[in-house]
Write a protein that binds this ligand. Structure first.
Ligand SMILES: Cc1ncc(COP(=O)(O)O)c(C=O)c1O
Length: 473
C-alpha cells in the first residue's frame, strides 16, 4: 500500500483506476486459474479480517483485479458486452458515492429527475414516445416483468387470485434467451405453460408454426397470454418478424413483448434499424444499455405501451413507512417490483451527455463495419465456415479441418481451439450451439476494438487451428 492511502484511500483509488484502465487493455486477456488456487490466495487475508487496515484492503483489491478477466481487453469477445465507456464508468462510481435508492423522490430527488429524463430520451429514440417505463435489474428481469404484466392483462384476477383454473400459455422462439423459461417458472405457471416455437433457417421465429400452436392451444381450452419476440437473439443475433407477431397477438388477444436486450441498440444503426420495424406495435419492449452501449452492468429498461399498467400491476403493500405522498408524487417505487434500487440511469446520463445520439450511431455503425470485416475474413479462409447468416454483430463460425465431417468431431475440434486460446490468455471468445453444432460466437461490442484487433483474432484462431489439425493427423 502507498502510505498516502492510509490518509486518502480516494487518492489511491483514482490512481489505481487510471492504471487499471490501461492495464486492462494490454497483455493476456485472462490468466485462467483453478477455483481452489484462487481461494488459497485469499486464505491469509481471510485470517486477517477485522484488522481495520487499508493495506489489507489494497492487497485484496490487487488480487481481485489481477485475477479478474480483462473484459475491456480488445481481444475479449466472449459476452454480449465488453469494455466500458469512461463517462458511464465514472457515473457508476459517482452513483455509489451518493448512494441512494430509487424508490422515493424525497430520498432520490436528482436521481428521479435523471431517470425520468433518460427514460423519455430513449423512448423517443426508440419510437416509443409516451410509453411508460421502468428501470429493471436486467434483460432477464424485464422479461419476467413483461410476463407479469401480460398475466395481469389477460387474467383480470391474476393479481389477487393467481392463475386459478386458467391455463395461460407463453410463446417464444426456440432460440430466445433462457430468461423467458425462468420467468415462466418464477411466475408459477410451470414450464408446461411455455411453448417453444421453431425458428426458421435464419434464426427468426417461424410465424406459421406460431399460428398453428396458438390455434391448437385455443381449441384445447388454453389461454394464449404472451408472445415474446426477440430483437437480436443471443447466439445468432436474429430478429423475429414483429409486425406479424403483432398481428397474431391482436388476433389471439395476447400481450406482445419484444426482448430487445441485445438488438434494441439497433435503434442507432443506420442500415440495421429496419430490423426493429414493428416493435412500436408491441405491448412492451425491453433493452439493455449495459450490452452494446458500453454502460457498465447493469442498466436496463422496460417500456410499456398502455399507461397505468405498470402501477396497476405492481403497486401494492405497505404505505405506513414509505410512499406517503400519494397524490402528486414523483415516487418511482410503486411501479417497480424492487424496494431498494440503484440509480443505474446516472451512468447512462453521463454516457448520453458525453456522446449523444450521434455518438451512439457512430459506435453502433462501427461495430457493424467490424462485423462485416470479420464475416469477410471467414468467407476468405477456405477452412472457415459461417454457420449462420449474419444479422448484426454476432459472427458464428467454425474451422473445418480437412477430412473431418462429423458434427461431434468438429465440435470437439473447435472447442479445443477455443479453450487453448483462452488458456494461453491470447483471446477469449464464446462457444455456443446452433442445434447440435458447436459454433464460435464472436461478439464485437467493445468501443475500443479496431480493425487490427479483428485481424489479430483471426490470425490467432487460424494459427491454433492449423496446429491442432496437424496434431490430429
Ligand atoms: C436476448 C437476451 N435477452 C435477455 C438477456 C438477459 O439479459 P441480462 O443479462 O441483462 O439479464 C440476454 C442476455 O444475454 C439476451 O441475450
Amino acid at each position: 500500500m502507498l502510505e498516502s492511502a492510509q490518509t486518502s484511500p480516494y487518492r489511491e483509488l483514482a490512481h489505481l483506476m487510471s492504471e487499471y484502465r490501461k492495464r486492462q487493455r494490454e497483455g493476456e486477456v485472462v490468466d485462467t486459474q483453478d477455483y481452489h488456487a484462487l481461494r488459497d490466495k485469499l486464505a491469509h487475508l481471510k485470517s486477517r479480517a477485522g484488522g481495520e487496515t487499508w493495506s489489507d484492503i489494497w492487497e485484496m483489491v490487487d488480487h481481485y483485479l489481477d485475477d479478474s478477466v480483462k473484459t475491456a481487453h480488445p481481444l475479449y469477445f466472449n459476452q454480449l458486452w465488453a469494455g466500458q465507456s469512461e463517462p458511464a464508468l465514472i457515473g457508476g462510481v459517482i452513483e455509489l458515492l451518493a448512494n441512494t435508492s430509487m424508490y422515493t423522490f424525497e430520498v432520490a430527488p436528482m436521481a428521479t429527475v435523471v431517470e425520468n429524463e433518460m427514460r423519455a430520451v430513449f423512448a423517443e429514440q426508440l419510437g416509443l414516445s409516451g410509453w411508460e417505463s421502468q428501470v429493471t435489474t436486467g434483460g432477464s428481469n424485464s422479461n419476467f416483468l413483461a410476463l407479469l404484466l401480460a398475466l395481469n392483462k389477460t387474467l383480470p384476477e391474476y393479481k389477487n387470485a393467481g392463475i386459478g383454473a386458467s391455463q395461460p400459455r407463453v410463446y417464444v422462439s426456440a432460440e430466445a434467451h433462457y430468461s423467458v423459461d425462468k420467468a415462466v417458472m418464477m411466475a408459477g405457471l410451470g414450464l408446461g405453460a411455455l411453448v417453444k416455437v421453431p425458428a426458421d433457417t435464419r434464426g427468426a421465429m417461424d410465424c406459421e408454426a406460431l399460428k398453428q400452436l396458438l390455434e391448437q392451444d385455443k381449441a384445447n381450452g388454453k389461454t394464449p397470454c404472451l408472445i415474446v419476440g426477440t430483437a437480436g437473439t443471443t447466439v445468432r443475433g436474429a430478429f423475429d418478424p414483429f409486425t406479424t407477431l403483432a398481428d397474431l397477438a391482436n388476433e389471439y388477444q395476447c400481450w406482445l413483448h419484444v426482448d430487445g436486450a441485445w438488438g434494441g441498440a439497433m435503434t442507432y444503426a443506420t442500415d440495421e434499424r429496419k430490423f426493429l420495424t414493428g416493435v412500436e406495435r408491441a405491448d412492451s419492449f425491453s433493452w439493455d444499455a449495459h450490452k452494446m452501449l458500453g454502460v457498465p452492468l447493469m442498466c436496463s429498461l422496460l417500456y410499456v405501451r398502455e399507461s397505468g399498467v405498470l402501477a396497476r400491476s405492481f403497486n401494492l403493500g405497505d404505505t405506513s413507512y414509505i410512499f406517503h405522498d400519494d397524490a402528486d408524487s414523483h415516487d418511482l417505487g410503486p411501479s417497480s417490483l424492487q424496494c431498494g434500487r440503484r440509480v443505474d440511469m446516472f451512468k447512462m446520463w453521463l454516457e448520453y451527455l458525453f456522446y449523444g445520439h450521434h455518438g451512439f450511431t457512430r459506435r453502433i455503425d462501427h461495430f457493424m463495419q467490424l462485423s462485416a470485416l470479420a464475416e469477410r475474413r471467414v468467407e476468405q479462409e477456405s477452412a472457415l465456415e459461417l454457420q449462420a447468416d449474419r444479422w448484426i454483430n454476432n459472427i458464428c463460425f467454425r474451422y473445418r479441418p480437412a477430412g473431418i465431417n462429423d458434427t461431434e468431431t468438429l465440435n470437439r475440434f473447435n472447442q479445443t481451439v477455443r479453450d487453448r486460446l483462452k488458456a494461453a490468455g491470447s483471446t477469449f471468445v464464446n462457444q455456443a450451439y446452433i442445434g447440435d453444432e458447436l459454433t464460435i460466437r464472436l461478439i464485437i461490442a467493445n468501443i475500443d476494438v479496431v480493425a487490427s484487433d479483428i485481424t489479430r483474432f483471426f490470425d490467432l484462431w487460424m494459427h491454433e487451428s492449423r496446429q491442432l489439425e496437424q496434431e490430429w493427423q
